[in-house]
Structure formats: structure tokens, C-alpha cells
Design a protein around this ligand. Sequence first.
Ligand code: HEC
Ligand code: HEC
Length: 171
Amino acid sequence: MTRSTFLGCLLAALTLGGLAVAGDHSSQRDGYRRPKQLAVPADAPEVWKSECSSCHMLYAPGLLPAGAWQRQMDSLSEHYGSNASLAPEEEQAIRDFLLRASAGNRLPVEGKVGSGEPPRITGTRWFQRKHHEIGAAKFQREAVGGPHNCVACHRDAERGDFDEDRVKIPR
Ligand code: HEC
Ligand code: HEC
């Protein structure tokens, strides 16, 4: 690489970095952290496994920070347009587990503020960064069913395994 192309690349990188920061006004930049612990804890309660997988795949607690799970559990009767209410003791057991298992997660709570919808995993910046090369059309394929259906592409997602080497986007 010649000196001038090197400088050109450096300048381009700096400009892109600047744009990313400028677009980042919803929360501070150093609030961005990727999940630390994705594997599902071995002592996960059965009630969580059965209740939270009856309409969609089971989401590992490490995918959201505790504050986001709190908001999910506070609004189960209006859960993304569905009623996912539970008996009080089941709700408590699931809430205790999700908060305990996500306690080490430093992700910021992100979500469409004011929309009334609880935070989404697919709405976090780390999710968007990890998938920025995947076009919307691939997520909308019938065999995928939308970005929230991680298990379509990450076979072992329900165990909290998202290893890049095992990803496969179905046709
Ligand atoms: C009655 C059906 C139903 C039940 C039961 C249910 N959910 Fe959901 N959940 C939904 C629907 C519908 C969506 C929105 C899916 C979409 O994007 O179209 C959703 C979305 C989610 C999302 C956001 C996914 C994303 O886009 O990032 C999370 C997290 C979630 N549910 C957690 C839970 C947890 C935890 C439980 C158990 C307490 C649970 N769900 C039980 C129907 C349900
Ligand atoms: C349409 C298929 C598809 C869906 C659905 C999908 N992903 Fe991915 N994911 C990928 C691909 C492909 C990569 C690798 C991206 C790359 O290398 O640029 C990836 C990468 C990742 C990584 C990074 C893995 C690593 O080793 O760094 C994580 C974590 C991840 N996805 C989590 C999720 C979660 C959580 C969901 C559901 C809420 C999800 N993905 C839904 C295709 C998908």
C-alpha cells in the first residue's frame, strides 16, 4: 500500500467512525456491550422452558439485560400484541430466574421508547451489528420467519449457542 492510499483508507475509516457516532444519539456510545454469558444455566426452571417456548423459541436470559426482562415480565398481558399472562407463582419463578441469570449482562436496555412495547433482542444494537450484512429479504424468507426466530439459522440457539461457525441461513 502506498502512503497516500494508506492515508485515504485511514481518512475513510475515520469518517465512517464519525458517522456511526453521529447516528448513535439514543444512548451513550460506551453503553454498548455485547452479552457476556449466553449459555442457558443448567438450573433453568421447567416452567420457564415450557411457558416461554409455547409461542416462539426459548430465548436465553443472557440475550437481554435484567432491566429489559423486568419490563417484559411486567407487561405479559400485552406481550407484543399477545396475551402471555401466567399464574402469579409461575410468573414469579420465571421473573426470579431471568433476573438472576441476566444479572451479569451489561447491555443497555434499548427499545422504542414510548411505543409501549417491551424491549426486543432484535432491537438491540449488538444484534443489529452482528447481522448488518444480512439483508431484510433473508430474514423474511418463509423458512426463517423473521429476525426473532434465531433458531432458524442458529440451530442450537435455545441452548444459547450462537457460534458463527455453525450458522446456516435456510433457503
Ligand atoms: C401467547 C404467545 C406468547 C407467549 C406465551 C410468550 N410470548 Fe414472547 N412473543 C410473542 C410474540 C407474538 C412476539 C413477537 C414476535 C414477532 O416479532 O412477531 C414475542 C416476542 C418475544 C420477545 C422479543 C423477540 C425479539 O424480537 O427480539 C421476547 C424476548 C419474548 N417474546 C420473551 C418471552 C418470554 C420470556 C416469555 C415467557 C414469560 C414469552 N415470551 C412467552 C408471543 C408469546
Ligand atoms: C437469517 C438467519 C439468522 C437469524 C434469524 C439470526 N441470525 Fe444471528 N447470525 C446469522 C449469521 C449469518 C451470523 C454471522 C454474521 C457474520 O459473520 O457476519 C450471525 C451471527 C450472530 C452472532 C455472533 C456469533 C459470533 O460467533 O460472533 C450472534 C450472537 C447472533 N447471531 C445471535 C442471534 C440471535 C440472538 C438471533 C435471534 C434473536 C439471531 N442471531 C437470529 C444469521 C441469523
